[in-house]
Design a binder for this molecule. Sequence first.
Ligand code: GRG
Length: 306
Amino acid sequence: MAPEPFSSPAQYLADRKALIDEVLNRFLPPCDTYPPIIYEAVRYSLFAGGKRIRPILCLAAAEATGKTAGGDLSAILQAACALEMIHTYSLIHDDLPALDNDDYRRGIPTSHKRFGEDIAILAGDALLTEAFKLLSDPGLSSSAKPEIRLEVINIIARAAGIGGMISGQVMDMKAEALKPEPNLVYFIHQKKTAELIQASVHTGAILAGAPAEELLALLKYGGKIGLCFQIADDILNAAGDEALLGKAAGSDLARGKATFPAVFGLEESRRIAETLVREAIESLGAFDCQAEPLRGIASFILTRKS
Ligand code: GRG
């Protein structure tokens, strides 16, 4: 089934989220697969109501190239779902008692609160590994050439791995004992959040066959909104509505986390985030209306309430 055409950012996000949910559901075995507890735990976190920003960005970047219209989206959807699995794994592990020790995520008890720490660790491990199974499974989609598929695996592994999200998470924890300062907070946000978001855009672009100049512009866009996404997350944690967030607000300050509001204050953090959104949209200057979803997502990142 072809995705709905773009009408508004809100409609686009809702349509693409429904599409991602449907495909994720198809990729995952049902809850009564043996041993059921781990399938249930994986589905519990994956279908807890996440916004699906990373997979949607993967689709939107592919669509921006204009090369997907009427084409086979299966490899792009496969990669998009893998990105959401990696993101969900990172949230499950981030919430563990040994890391952030959070009780609520996406408005419901965290995985370890619901299933115990042992199963939560394994659910995260399962999602990370399943993501790479999905990315490397040629049986599911033959529409991407093997060398492009390998490049995608490498891009995502670098963003999620030791030099990417893991380093960001390590410094996020270690920084609680350090003085928050600009270089540190830029490093954490770049690694912890921005690189996977940029990799989502990158993945969609190369699977769609974006030419070099478009790819560069899309990478610039992805880097800017990736950083902006974490700054917006910091601002929501400092000044957002707990009921809308579905998790505790104010926790970053209480823990002494290195955040943009802690380093720059709320007002300057908002200004930096606005500049990043503007620059992200400017980097799409050479694209036509097919990049409208990407422009809309950039603005949504700043106005979102959860
Ligand atoms: C390996 C033990 C172990 C832990 C890894 C890598 C890691 C833990 C954590 C990643 C760091 C992390 C959780 C960054 C936060 C990024 C972020 C802004 C998350 C919220 O993303 P949204 O708003 O969430 O897209 P939804 O719920 O909408 O999907």
